[in-house]
Write a protein that binds this ligand. Structure first.
Ligand SMILES: [Zn+2]
Length: 483
């Protein structure tokens, strides 16, 4: 049963590279601060206070709009979006609007990304700039908590709202799109996605024959996929039973892994948008736009092409690496420090990701450094350790922060390739396993057992090729002696 699914996303990204909030001089870095300590009359919406626009936020928003292939409005203004909710101290949010004489900073863009090796393009309806509301805290979950606490530290932080057309057709695509969006915004130095709550997402989803449902409060890529999968199943079951999918807003409960109905969705007219009278319209000159274009940092797609050209990487590797700015940065640094490009790429995309996942870590905060990864690839390349041992070394390094060469030394994991020493071990193994030797003399295939015994004795450190050669030579000698 494969009915058509339409998904659109509304993504909120804080402009984390800004020092101060959007309309006041409070620091925008509110994380880890005691509640309601990073506030002032402006972001608390106290009577008589007036907003002052942080112009750098406008420039960065315009840069983001350009990076998302949008048309940038040369004249745009802020609007009041009126609604009553405890996270909003003024009872309105200063935002932008594409109607009632308003214009978002960017519109009609697109983003291309890869999903399951297919290229997919999603249209961007608009990009606009607005202030973040405060943060509500509940005891337990929103629907059962006996009270609500509010922290205004986040109120007034500059936020980009990026709205897509409903061009996505699966939860997996939604996740891949968000990954690409994050990489673009990180490459242009607008935002750092590793900060908690810096990127949040609402999703709307409809199945053929049903109404549009909006899901709020999704805070991670993984959860976007989960929440959408949950909704598809819920709506499909409902439609199958002849029920109707109501147009409504549902809340994603991360802990329980379900969505539940919160309220019937507001209509746009309920927000009574009107121009913000305390701020003048924003004019973006041609010179400024030209300057923003000129100063645009390298975007992921351009970087991908460069990685292929400069390091001879296959397209797939370059795509995976540039889908995460931190991974691409790590890669280039490790290569600069002497790692072979293809080897570094393989480690990063394979074992490193696996170990990160197992340890529940992220690359930038992990104990692996580009220098360590370069060193690890060198140890393998020079034959000092085998690939098998290198994997164990990686684990140790990522667990303890010890340099790979130090791990090898401490654990005694150096490949045993000293011929004389290995020959002595082979002789011991032959002496200890006379039956196996008899078998191997009759059937050459049985020699593998003896090789295995040598490996066992050296805890896997013996050079496999050399071991095999020494075992074969010894068997050959015994055969000659017998005839
Ligand atoms: Zn403030």
């Amino acid at each position: 049963m494969e009915e058509k699914v339409k998904i659109g996303l509304e993504v909120h990204c804080q402009i984390t590279s800004l020092k101060s909030k959007l309309f006041c001089s409070c620091p925008s870095d509110y994380r880890g601060k005691p509640p309601n300590t990073v506030v002032c009359p402006v972001c608390l919406g106290l009577p008589g206070s007036l907003p002052v626009l942080n112009w750098r936020a406008v420039e960065l928003a315009a840069r983001a709009a350009l990076a998302l292939n949008c048309k940038v409005s040369k004249r745009t203004l802020f609007m009041r979006k009126n609604y009553f909710y405890p996270d909003l101290p003024k009872n309105f949010q200063i935002s932008q609007y594409d109607r009632a004489g308003g214009a978002p900073i960017g519109s009609d863009g697109h983003v291309t990304f890869m999903v399951e090796k297919q290229r997919k393009t999603v249209r961007i309806r608009r990009v606009h700039l607005e202030e973040d509301p405060g943060k509500l805290a509940y005891k337990g979950t929103i629907d059962t908590s006996p009270y609500t606490l509010v922290d205004y530290n986040r109120a007034g932080v500059a936020l980009l709202e990026i709205v897509t057309e409903p061009d996505l057709s699966s939860p997996r695509e939604a996740r891949a799109f968000l990954q690409k969006l994050r990489s673009i915004l990180e490459h242009i130095e607008v935002f750092d996605g590793s900060l908690e709550g810096a990127m949040r997402c609402d999703a709307n989803i409809s199945l053929e024959g049903g109404s549009r449902v909006e899901i709020k409060n999704i805070s991670s890529f993984k959860d976007v996929e989960k929440a959408l999968n949950f909704e598809i199943v819920r709506q499909r079951e409902l439609l199958k039973k002849g029920g109707k999918v109501r147009s409504e807003t549902r809340h994603w409960d991360e802990a329980r892994g379900v969505t539940f109905s919160l309220r019937v969705k507001e209509e746009e007219q309920d927000y009574r948008y009107f121009p913000e009278p305390d701020l003048t319209p924003i004019e973006l000159s041609d010179e400024l736009l030209e300057k923003l274009r000129r100063e645009m940092p390298e975007l992921p797609d351009a970087r991908k092409e460069r990685l292929m050209r400069q390091y001879g990487l296959p397209e797939y590797d370059a795509e995976v690496l540039t889908s995460d700015r931190r991974m691409a940065d790590f890669f280039e640094e490790a290569v600069r420090l002497g790692g072979k490009p293809k080897a570094v790429a393989n480690w990063l995309m394979g074992d490193v990701l696996q170990v990160l996942y197992s340890l529940g870590q992220e690359l930038p905060s992990s104990k692996l450094t580009p220098a360590y990864l370069a060193e690890l690839t060198r140890l393998v390349e020079t034959g000092e350790i085998s690939i098998k041992i290198a994997k164990k070394v990686l684990w140790e390094t990522m667990k303890t922060g010890m340099a790979p060469s130090a791990v090898v030394k401490e654990k005694g994991w150096k490949r045993l390739a000293d011929e004389a020493e290995l020959r002595r071990i082979v002789e011991t193994v032959f002496a200890e396993n006379p039956k196996a030797v008899e078998d191997a003399l009759r059937d050459p295939k049985a020699a593998h057992f003896l090789v295995g015994k040598v490996m066992e004795k050296t805890r896997g450190m013996a050079d496999p090729e050399l071991t095999y050669r020494l075992v074969s030579q010894r068997l050959e000698k015994l055969r000659e002696g017998k005839t």
